[in-house]
Ligand binder design. Structure first.
Ligand code: ACO
Length: 442
């Protein structure tokens, strides 16, 4: 059995110090240099030494942790998982391989992969008790609400995995449990909203094929998708598998920092992903393109509205990428390949491309370094796969599960781990005298 990896050898090297001058005090702070020569001033003792805290809304300038999982260079458009370029992984790997790479640090051997596949199969079925939970949801309930609730509920059925004390074997089992259950939960929630019988997982199928089977097979007609459909889904999941300290992953780490178990921590990631500024953007992009198609504004008018700050172009812009999002490039190509193979077209893809070409030559977007992000083309692929709009962010969640587990586990083993507890700058009222109810005037 492969042990969990040690942190990258050259990371965390203190090579210099930075002098910070404040009105009353001057202080030297350690400078930490990452393996890709990223420099950070270590402010963990800043308040002790100066009495000051630092203020950074949205954490645009704050590294919350050291991590050896994913490297992004936003200026160059580089994304690597455990050192491997995303382009190579998306082209050649399976999602399950990438999941093991992210969580355990190394690409799995054939034997380990087979063993893990067996565990995924073991964990596919939901406890019968969980079927009753589904029955309690209204049929129009949002699948993201069901997903987060059901992942958390899984903890009730797996008390043996509730501890954050994980060795390699237990982590492998926890990973298989969460990865398998999210697929089954997602497909069950879809079938429920359609009023159709739930299809049981098929242990003979690969991870992606099995998911498509549970989604689209019917009692009288089994769904057997062409290889290219399976490959497009695989790429989609690989490209969403991790993205370092994004909003949902930071949420998972924040929740995990209290010692919360893997189910609770992953469920919190689903909640954070739901918002339209994060994973919910893939849905918002399609709604925006549909509005344009339905005879609303043409792309030029949309861009003009964006520049007037009346509208935000969904699927554009990124906190970290300031050149291009490599995932978006891969997905645009995947759209073309998939449509060629299926012999179909989607007018939304034409509208998306037109919108992108106008935006990418406009000064507003160039000055602010706004480019299509992963969500700009991903929804078009999901539509082609037959995934309904309200399941788009669920699909993102299935992809992101390995990243969330990898970060949850990395945090657990981090010798610097402390409960996440930011400070604040209080801006409310100063001390006031309490006024009893009878003496209060309108
Ligand atoms: N459309 C129009 N203008 C934008 C957009 C956009 N999509 N994104 C940023 N801007 C503008 C802002 O108005 C701001 O302009 P200003 O300097 O004139 O005020 C400037 O660009 C900087 O924007 P911020 O909001 O400060 O950028 P931030 O890094 O905080 O936000 C975010 C990043 C949330 C991704 C943002 O670009 C956005 O809302 N995009 C649309 C939603 C989206 O696609 N989200 C998915 C992101 S990828 C993911 O989570 C998987």
């Amino acid at each position: 059995m492969q042990p969990a990896p040690a942190p990258a050898p050259d990371a965390d090297t203190q090579r210099a110090s930075a002098r910070v001058q404040l009105p009353e005090v001057e202080v030297d702070l350690p400078v930490i240099v990452g393996t890709e020569d990223e420099h950070a001033v270590d402010i963990s003792r800043f308040r002790d030494k100066t009495g000051y805290v630092t203020l950074d809304p949205g954490f645009g300038n704050t590294a919350a942790c050291k991590s050896a999982i994913t490297y992004i260079d936003g200026e160059q458009g580089i994304l690597r998982y455990r050192g491997y370029p995303i382009e190579e992984l998306a082209e050649t790997s399976t999602f399950v391989e990438v999941a093991l790479l992210l969580i355990f640090g190394e690409l799995p051997t054939k034997e380990r992969l087979e063993r893990f596949r067996g565990m995924l199969t073991d964990e596919q079925l939901l406890h019968e008790g969980m079927r009753y939970h589904f029955e309690g949801f209204p049929s129009h309930g949002h699948p993201m609400a069901m997903l987060s609730a059901m992942i958390n509920a899984c903890g009730c059925y797996h008390p043996e995995l509730l501890s954050s004390e994980m060795d390699d074997e237990r982590l492998l089992r926890a990973t298989a449990t969460v990865m398998s259950k999210v697929c089954t939960i997602a497909a069950f929630s879809y079938k429920m909203t359609k009023g159709q019988r739930m299809e049981y997982p098929d242990p003979s199928l690969s991870y992606c094929r099995n998911f498509l089977h549970m989604m689209f097979s019917k009692p009288h007609r089994r769904y057997d998708p062409p290889l290219q459909v399976v490959r497009a889904l695989t790429k989609f999941l690989i490209l969403h598998a991790d993205h370092e300290q994004n909003c949902s992953t930071s949420t998972v780490r924040m929740v995990g920092s209290s010692g919360a178990n893997v189910f609770a921590s992953v469920a919190s990631g689903v909640c954070a992903l739901w918002g339209p500024l994060h994973g919910g953007a893939n849905m918002a992009v399609i709604e925006m393109l549909q509005e344009i198609q339905a005879g609303g504004d043409d792309p030029k008018t949309v861009v003009a509205k964006v520049k007037d700050k009346k509208f935000r172009l969904m699927g554009f812009g990124h906190r970290v990428y300031k050149n291009f999002d490599p995932r978006s490039k891969i997905l645009e190509k995947t759209c073309t390949e998939l449509f060629d193979v299926l012999g179909v077209s989607d007018p939304l893809l034409d509208t998306a491309r037109e919108l992108a070409s106008i935006a990418l030559t406009d000064d507003y977007f160039l000055e602010r370094k706004l480019y299509p992000n992963v969500d700009f083309y991903s929804g078009i692929i999901l539509r082609a796969l037959g995934i309904p709009l309200n399941m788009f962010t669920v699909m993102f969640s299935i992809g992101r599960v390995p990243g969330w587990i990898a970060h949850w586990y990395e945090l657990y083993g981090d010798p610097d781990r402390r409960i996440c507890r930011p400070r604040q700058i209080y801006t409310g009222a100063g001390k006031r005298e309490y006024v009893p109810m009878d003496a209060r005037r309108c």
